[in-house]
Design a protein around this ligand. Structure first.
Ligand code: ALL
Length: 348
């Protein structure tokens, strides 16, 4: 059963692209009231990964939280690619229910090993915790490609593993977003950082990029804490930060879900003087940028990330070659200016 079929109205709206920042804010409040939309399964998958061999390579895309639009966009990009490939591959799309469900992701990889897929393209929920199960996949002869969040280089090395990585330079992406925020605030202004899951390499890199931008501009980070990539946690953290540091004028969120959670808290506090930035360029944040509610985000082209990983996997499967080279993908600053240019292109 497709994840969308199990996620209720809100999930359908998100997957169909009608997800507005307003629905995001509503979700924060629903979560806060303990009245969440149908949570659906912990582990979801799409595709016949156990079916009889069709002669085509079966490639499993293993993602993180399907409640995050970033990953539904990624899934769509992969599915479009598979459909356009004229049946060159069989795609199995998997994801977990929430950002912190590490054991759910480990068990997804175990299922893919048991089902003898040819390749696993994975966005790991944690840079270290997934390595042992991925090692088992490699030992089972499965091609493994790491996308989006880089696996820990030291742990890979001590396991004797080489897994190619496809993804952006998160530090420089965050630096661009941070520089833009800094250009809008006076020197010495107070800001706060909402971090991703602390053991995620991409979250760590984004934090470093934000810090470098703040330092260069002379802005003061007065609070920095993990909100686990989650909207509702970001909502709570931001509310607490605004109370403890009423002079905070900027929130740098390491992803867009947290930027939306921060936005709900800023509005609930009746504040109109706090600028928020995020990272991902999801549609709800694009809308909030157009409405001057959020200042900027970074586009890391989520729809292409899995595609590049699948291409890498196919290359390895066809040629039997061992791919060791990483592939760096683009990351671009998105502000109201970029969005209005994009809107004009779409509607000339
Ligand atoms: C990261 C992605 C996105 C996303 C986050 C939450 O790996 O790059 O920024 O929002 O995961 O799972």
């Amino acid at each position: 059963m497709h994840a969308v079929e199990r996620m209720g109205e809100l999930g359908r709206a998100m997957f169909s692209g009608q997800w507005s920042w307003l629905s995001a804010v509503i979700l924060v409040f629903l979560a806060g009231c303990g009245e969440q939309a149908d949570p659906g399964p912990t582990v979801v998958s799409k595709g016949d990964s156990s079916g009889a061999s069709t002669g085509k390579p079966r490639i499993a895309l293993v993602m993180k939280s399907l409640a995050n639009e970033f990953f539904s966009t990624m899934a769509r990009g992969a599915e479009d690619y598979a459909a356009a490939s004229g049946g060159a591959l069989e795609l199995v799309v998997n994801g977990i229910q929430d950002e912190t469900d590490l054991s759910g992701q480990v068990s997804l990889v175990e299922q893919m090993i048991a089902q003898q897929v040819a390749a696993i393209v994975i966005a790991p929920a944690d840079s270290q915790a997934l390595i042992p199960v991925l090692q088992r996949a490699v030992e089972a002869g499965i091609v493994v490609i790491n996308i989006d969040n880089r696996l820990d280089a030291g742990v890979l090395q001590s396991a004797g593993l080489t897994i190619p990585f496809v993804g952006p330079d998160n530090r420089s992406g965050a630096r661009k977003v941070g520089d833009y925020l800094a250009s809008k605030l006076p020197k010495a202004a107070e800001v706060a950082v909402l971090e991703g899951i602390e053991t995620s390499f991409n979250g760590q890199q984004r934090k470093l990029g934000f810090e470098a931008a703040m330092e260069a501009a002379g802005l003061r980070i007065v609070a920095s804490q993990s909100a686990q990539w989650e909207m509702s946690q970001a909502n709570q953290s931001t509310a607490a930060i605004l109370t403890a540091h009423p002079d905070v004028k900027g929130i740098l969120a390491c992803n867009d879900s947290m930027a939306l959670g921060a936005l709900a808290a800023v509005r609930a506090a009746g504040r109109t003087d706090v600028m928020i930035v995020g990272f991902d360029n999801i549609t709800a944040v694009q809308q909030a940028i157009r409405e001057n509610q959020i200042l900027a985000t970074a586009d890391q082209h989520g729809d292409q990330l899995a595609v590049y990983g699948i291409e890498y996997a196919l290359q390895a499967l066809r040629g039997g070659e061992v791919i060791v080279e990483d592939r760096e993908t683009a990351v671009d600053l998105i502000t109201a200016t970029e969005l209005s240019a994009m809107d004009k292109q779409e509607k000339p």
